[in-house]
Design a protein around this ligand. Structure first.
Ligand code: GDP
Ligand code: ZN
Length: 459
């Protein structure tokens, strides 16, 4: 055990749900709770049992709150320490009061992420699992949640461990050859064998990084811009998407930049609707700021929904917008198909090249399904199923995987140049270290502190 004091925090999102939990972890968790709890003798109860009782304010002897108390003795707990969870069913005021009472009895307010940090330090979870807990707290969609859960399961960890083992064996093999050249029965590690090993691990990391891109989209949402001339139906489209798909994000304290209304969930894919420097409500802004600047403004979008009016001829402004989005990822929506046709569809088809065109009547709620399919198709082949894929969705992991891959490429280049193996293995060892940082094996203390300080309070 690394820590000796007892920490506490409210471990449910403030103001959400009917139940709020004050969690304690540490050697005095049960003792502290006993002092303020009226009910069974908590020292006597079995581990992992839950008990009804009352929290008493020791200063006034008043009943502060009716509670259910869960007693969990270490090491079979999340932190491997004794853990108590006080379930309060009252609102924010009462849960805060319970927390204050717990603090007055000698528990210390947990730092952000400190529960998870203890779990890590006490060997309950590895670093990538700890980070998954953090991602879980921030997960915006069910899919993202699944990825985080899988990572917590240790899937990524076990892959990383396998790569490291393979590299370690290679390095060890070279060492034996160098230290004991007289051992004839140890097969000499040849350049060919080394090449094979590095290539193998390189390919695996490459694949992880490839799916990481999808993971990022799932986590952060597809930055989507709706553009088009005034009055074509942009706001109607936004409303249709929001109505059909409930907003995803729950407001979690500690996450800052997310605004609930900005996200809609289309077939499990989060769209983050962005307003790109006024391009959304054009008023022919393109003419004002120019094609190139409009293009720059739209570049932050992963997907552009470009709305045209079926009931009007193509205008100069439409043509300028086509010019602006050329080469970017977009879908053309021909709206107001309930009205008479004035739009030259053949001309539109020429302009869009290989991109999708969807017809809608937002007024009559027609074509929205097709639009959603088109959106899903443009990023994944149909409805996505994160099923068997192990996504790497954490920025730090991606960075380390890239560094590991670079080090491997250095090793491979040295091999090509016919460098001695004991030189090549320096890069192989670096790869092994980068991979180790992902699961916290070679991570320095300061790195660990920095990571855990990002956690929400109470987790
Ligand atoms: P925006 O200026 O591009 O945001 O366009 P709005 O969404 O505000 O729509 C402009 C007008 O067109 C509103 O009066 C809408 O009710 C109407 N509108 C939107 N979609 C349709 C449609 O499919 N058919 C018809 N007939 N009217 C529509
Ligand atoms: Zn509008």
């Amino acid at each position: 055990m690394f820590e000796t004091d007892t920490i506490t925090a409210i471990s449910t999102p403030i103001g959400e749900g009917a139940i709020s939990i004050v969690r304690l972890s540490g050697p005095d968790a049960i003792e502290i709770t006993s002092k303020i709890y009226k009910g069974k003798d908590l020292h006597e109860v079995d581990s992992h049992t839950i008990h009804y009782g009352k929290i008493i304010d020791p200063e006034t002897n008043d009943v502060a709150e009716e509670v259910m108390v869960t007693i969990m003795r270490g090491p079979k707990t999340f932190t491997r320490e004794d853990v108590v969870e006080i379930n309060c069913h009252g609102g924010l005021v009462s849960v805060k009061r319970v927390l204050e009472i717990v603090l007055s009895q000698g528990a210390r307010l947990a730092e952000p992420g400190e529960f998870t940090k203890r779990a890590f330090l006490n060997g309950r979870i590895d670093l990538s699992q700890a980070e998954a807990v953090m991602d879980l707290i921030r997960a915006k969609t069910d899919k993202a949640m699944n990825i985080a859960l899988k990572q917590m399961d240790g899937r990524l960890s076990s892959l990383i461990k396998r790569y490291r083992q393979s590299l370690l064996e290679t390095v060890a093999h070279v060492e034996v050859n160098i230290d004991y050249p007289e051992y004839d029965d140890v097969e000499e590690m040849s350049h060919e064998m080394m090449k094979e090993k590095t290539k193998e691990v390189h390919a695996e990391i490459e694949e992880l990084l490839r799916v990481a891109k999808q993971g990022k989209i799932l986590r952060e949402g597809i930055a989507t811009a709706i553009i088009g001339r005034p009055n074509v139906g942009k706001s109607s489209l936004l409303n249709a998407l929001v109505q059909e798909n409930k907003a995803i994000v729950t407001d979690i304290p500690g996450t800052t930049r997310d605004i609930i209304e900005e996200y809609v969930n289309v077939r499990g894919i989060p769209l983050r609707l962005i307003d790109t420097a006024g391009i959304r409500e054009t008023e022919d802004i393109v003419e004002r700021i120019g094609v190139e600047r409009s293009r720059q403004a739209l570049k932050e979008a992963d997907l552009i929904l470009f709305v045209l009016n079926y009931n009007e001829e193509l205008s100069e402004e439409d043509l300028r917008l086509f010019e602006v989005i050329k080469g970017l990822e977009y879908i053309v929506i021909i709206n107001k198909t309930d009205l008479t046709q004035k739009l030259d569809i053949e001309k539109v088809k020429e302009l869009v090249e290989d991109k999708r065109i969807v017809s809608t009547s937002l007024l009559k709620e027609e074509g929205i399904d097709e639009l959603e399919s088109a959106i899903a198709d443009s990023f994944f082949a149909g409805e996505i199923d994160s099923g068997d894929l192990t996504y790497v969705s954490n920025a730090r992991h991606i960075q380390l995987l890239r560094q590991a891959m670079q080090a491997l490429e250095d090793a491979m280049a040295s091999l090509e140049m016919g460098m001695p193996l004991d030189i090549v293995q320096i890069d192989v060892t670096r790869t092994w270290e980068f991979l180790g940082e992902i699961i916290g094996d070679t991570a320095s203390d300061s790195l660990i502190d920095q990571l855990f300080s990002q956690f929400c309070l109470g987790k």
